[in-house]
Design a binder for this molecule. Sequence first.
Ligand code: FEO
Length: 172
Amino acid sequence: MKDIARQNMSIKVESMDLLNGQIKMEAHASAIYLAMASWCEQNGFFTSAKFFYKQTEEERGHMMKIFQFLVDVGGNPISPEVKNINHDYSSIVDVFETTLEHEVAVTKSIHNIVLKARELGDITTERFLDWFVLEQVEEENTIRDILDMIEVTGTEGVGLQMIDNKVNDWME
Ligand code: FEO
């Protein structure tokens, strides 16, 4: 991208670079959730697989929302390269715990960009990220609720299949 074009953007260059990093993170999340859907399919957790197919689409939607924002502000969105997707999980609990870890990392990353945008006086980026801040509250809450349910249900005997059935409650 030419220097003059970077200077004519309606957001700060530093914000654009951070948002391109976030595009990559959302693409990575989409790929991780697809790998989790695969694991769920192979291990008989068919409702959970549907849940992760939905999450995959949502994460791609998040990625495209940022991508389009960078187009709108005259920036240069980068189509991300996604590597190192883990397909091995030890249990359905591992799948959901890993999901929560990932969502917490995404939240931290979003907050970091908000704080940086604030420091830069980049009000446009800060406002744009409001939606993502609230979306993360919802996403973390969903996964915490599922983990709470797993704790109550237990993973012995029919517990595992009950867990899978109950994941349906978090599918809109
Ligand atoms: Fe787009 Fe679940 O973070």
